[in-house]
Design a binder for this molecule. Structure first.
Ligand code: DCM
Ligand code: DCM
Ligand code: DCM
Ligand code: ZN
Ligand code: ZN
Length: 263
């Protein structure tokens, strides 16, 4: 996801934190630092020399065959460079490791807040055309690619603007209402059926498989190459984007609650 998507995931998560978890997160990030404000730090860091090692952690390149067959296989798809699943396990361990420096634990927290978002973006769980980066499309007549539209253009159109606290807070509030008493009220328990911080690899694999399935169901269902996405493709994608961002936020809240309870 782009900046709006990650900030929305973080804002939703914050809404579901226990008071213990609020204290725990503030103790690691700093008292005046909101989760939303650091949710995209990992995307800036990966383009730096120091942070280049973390670029593969934003995705897992599932070598499946969409739209016919979708699957994620950890041993097949997570390379020696690492992937989102191994990164979530690594940073879940590191944030709990009190022998590490405060900076290392803060980075671990910032990575977790980011990667529990990215893993719900279907194209971050897909090898096909480099996660859709090599599928050229147009958005409102401008040349772009399928991946970028899922990360940014479609999310901003749903949220009603580019990144700002007002836009993110209002988008998050809409999704929180659906989680609490709307469309998602009956499914949210399923979203957190795996929130065991002692089996982070297994849980992250389930989350990756869940999002990867959408590539067969919608994201890569037809040949999207060369099409204008700001039309029927966008309209069909809206419910999936709202679902995935809601899921990422609700799960992140539960994951942080579990970390805080274990600390
Ligand atoms: N991005 C960034 N810094 C850059 C280049 C891009 O923060 N130098 C952002 C733009 C997109 C997001 O990264 O919103 C995409 O990240 P990913 O491709 O990891 O989802
Ligand atoms: N690092 C990491 N995960 C690990 C080990 C290290 O993300 N399991 C990161 C932390 C630092 C960088 O790699 O940003 C260098 O770590 P070190 O100084 O421990 O070699
Ligand atoms: N990406 C991905 N799968 C890949 C390579 C990249 O999901 N195999 C994501 C990471 C960024 C976006 O695509 O969100 C653009 O990546 P980059 O800036 O590395 O081209
Ligand atoms: Zn992306
Ligand atoms: Zn990312």
């Amino acid at each position: 996801w782009g900046v709006v998507g990650h900030a929305t995931v973080a804002t939703i998560a914050n809404n579901y934190l226990t008071s213990t978890a609020k204290t725990y997160v503030a103790g690691i990030l700093g008292n005046d630092v909101s989760m939303a404000s650091i949710a995209s730090w990992a995307d800036d860091y990966r383009y730096t020399t120091a942070g280049k090692f973390s670029a593969p952690y934003h995705f897992i390149d599932a070598e499946d065959s969409p739209p016919t067959s979708c699957s994620v296989n950890f041993s097949r798809d997570c390379t020696t460079k690492g992937c989102s699943i191994s990164a979530i396990a690594n940073y879940t361990a590191r944030v709990q490791d009190t022998s590490l420096s405060a900076t290392n634990r803060m980075e671990a927290m910032e990575f977790l807040i980011h990667f529990l978002g990215d893993i719900t973006q279907p194209l971050h769980d897909e090898a096909e055309e480099v996660g859709g980066n090599d599928i050229s499309v147009t958005w409102d007549g401008e040349d772009t690619n399928l991946h970028a539209c899922w990360d940014t253009q479609m999310v901003e159109k749903i949220a009603g603007g580019e990144n700002s606290t007002a836009t993110v807070d209002s988008f998050a509030a809409t999704l929180i209402a659906q989680i609490d008493n709307g469309t998602y009220a009956s499914q949210k328990e399923d979203w957190v059926s795996c929130v065991d911080i002692t089996t982070a690899t297994d849980c992250a694999l389930e989350w990756a498989q869940d999002a990867n399935g959408l590539n067969c169901l919608y994201v890569l269902q037809n040949d999207e190459s060369g099409i204008e996405l700001d039309g029927t493709y966008y309209t069909g994608a809206v419910p999936y984007i709202e679902l995935q961002i809601s899921k990422g936020g609700y799960r992140l809240g539960a994951w942080l609650n579990a970390l805080a309870a274990a600390a």
